[in-house]
Design a protein around this ligand. Structure first.
Ligand SMILES: [Cu+2]
Length: 475
């Protein structure tokens, strides 16, 4: 057998797998200004990265297309009305959270802004998409379990035409926890979920990562990166290339920037421009990221190989500045709100996480006044990185431990290292109850979540807590 394999390898070029593209959801409304899509959350069978076929949960386009994980791509033009129908054919209640697109509070899809969608029930979201960008969707009920089973999908809003890209691709990165036989593990022990579960099987648009996974590039590629993993951070680095960051969580960054290494936290999105030379081959790596909690950073992992175009074409220069969401206005009288992320132990001995010392769902919504801006000072008291996510209200990152960010853009996820303090300017632009939490899904599911209530309220006073040893907080 070994001789036969060696012989074949000598005679044939190495097998090449094409990077799959995520099929767009079918727009069933002929009106050019409206996009109407029908998603069904279903129980299906599939193989995780070549392992045996097994039960998985997926979003299916009810009007066509095959069933795949990630779910169908939702695509709109900026200014379109988007209507997303969800039919829940799962044996469990669910919701559909649209992560990263500005919307009214009752369209957010969290479990506090609507009733959960019970098995057999339908729900629909309708709103106007007011900005370009890359977003995604996933349940916001039993989210750690439902996403592990396969429920997530990407979305994009077009409207920024200043990049003159020759291809626009969406790359959804996840990892799956599978056993020795390649079967997924959904029930995880506390010692694993305490630090955020991480799997060794890395998938890009559903295909296992590897050097033999090939992306045949055009002269100027726009890559929309979505990290849909539970806890894994991806340290993206493309051999012999710079990654040009042109978009963040809320669409265009005001000032594009270049980097050799882009760390993408769970829940985070980036839009990159990549311009491979004709005839070039370059591996896109995920370099080790130490995310704390004693989790081994692992080895450098080849995600895919980028094969350059056949010929060069001349393209307009890339913009040096872009029309992103406006900077959040600050004044000397802007109030500061101090928040802390912490870990502790529940009475039953299991790990329990909290925000401001109170685990979700036992905290009360924090009232704040609509139309105002506050600076949030978020302290990470835990021993690991936390990808901090705020629903619905895109914020500016001001600084991390006093250092200015590279990003000049509105965000909805920002990473906070262990012991770190992130300052962000939060505009209370849209009324309603907005959740905020770590995007380490296991930790969010075990208490690290809270709510801000934007309305006609006198703002609640901010009561600072300090970090204490062991990841806890103290007054
Ligand atoms: Cu999310």
């Amino acid at each position: 057998v070994i001789a036969w394999l060696g012989c074949t390898a000598a005679l044939q070029p190495p097998a090449e797998r094409r990077l799959p593209e995520i099929e767009p959801a079918l727009d069933v409304d002929p009106d050019p200004g409206r996009v109407e899509v029908h998603l069904e959350a279903i129980v299906t069978e599939l193989s995780w990265g070549g392992g045996p076929a097994t039960e998985a949960w997926a979003y299916r386009d009810a009007y066509g297309g095959s069933t795949s994980i990630p779910g169908p791509l939702l695509q709109v033009e900026e200014g379109d009305e988007l209507e997303v129908h969800l039919h829940n054919a799962l044996p469990m209640s669910s919701t559909l959270h649209l992560h990263g697109v500005a919307l009214p509070n009752d369209m957010d899809g969290s479990e506090i802004t609507q009733m959960v969608v019970r098995p057999g029930e339908d729900h629909h979201h309708t709103f106007v998409v007011t900005h370009p960008g890359t977003f995604w969707y996933h349940p916001h009920f039993e989210v750690a379990d439902q996403m592990a089973r396969g429920l997530y999908g990407p979305g994009l809003s077009r409207g920024d035409t200043d990049l003159h890209e020759t291809a626009d691709r969406t790359l959804v990165l996840v990892d799956a926890l599978v056993d020795d036989e390649g079967l997924p593990v959904y029930d995880v022990e506390p010692e694993l979920w305490r630090v955020g579960r991480q799997g060794d099987l890395v998938l890009i648009n559903g295909a296992p990562a590897g050097e033999d996974l090939v992306l045949r590039a055009t002269p100027r590629e726009r890559w929309r990166i979505v990290n849909a993993a539970h806890s894994r951070y991806f340290g993206l680095s493309l051999e012999d290339h710079e990654l040009r960051v042109v978009g963040g969580d809320a669409g265009p960054v005001r000032t594009p920037w270049s980097t050799q290494l882009l760390v993408v936290a769970p829940g985070d999105r980036y839009e990159l421009i990549v311009q491979p030379e004709p005839g070039s081959r370059a591996v896109l790596w995920s370099l080790p990221v130490d995310r704390g909690f004693g989790v081994p950073p692992g080895e450098a992992l080849p995600l895919l190989t980028v094969v350059g175009p056949d010929a060069q074409v001349s393209l307009p220069a890339l913009p040096r500045s872009r029309a992103g969401m406006p900077r959040v206005p600050l004044s000397p009288s802007t109030a500061t709100r101090v928040l802390s992320l912490a870990e502790g132990t529940a009475p039953d001995g299991e790990p329990l996480f909290s925000i401001d010392g109170v685990p979700w769902p036992f905290s009360n919504p924090v009232p704040v006044r609509e139309g105002e801006v506050e600076v949030w000072e978020v302290h990470n008291c835990t021993e690991g990185h936390q990808p901090f996510h705020l629903h619905g209200l895109f914020f500016d990152v001001l600084d991390l431990d006093g250092l200015s960010p590279l990003h000049d853009s509105r965000e909805d996820v920002a990473d906070i290292p262990p012991g770190g303090m992130l300052r962000m300017a939060v505009p209370y632009e849209v009324p309603g109850q907005w959740m905020f939490h770590t995007h380490l899904l296991d930790l969010a599911s075990h208490g690290m979540m809270a709510v801000i209530d934007v309305g006609d309220h006198a703002p609640a006073p901010s009561v600072p807590l300090t970090c204490a040893p062991g990841g806890q907080t103290a007054r």
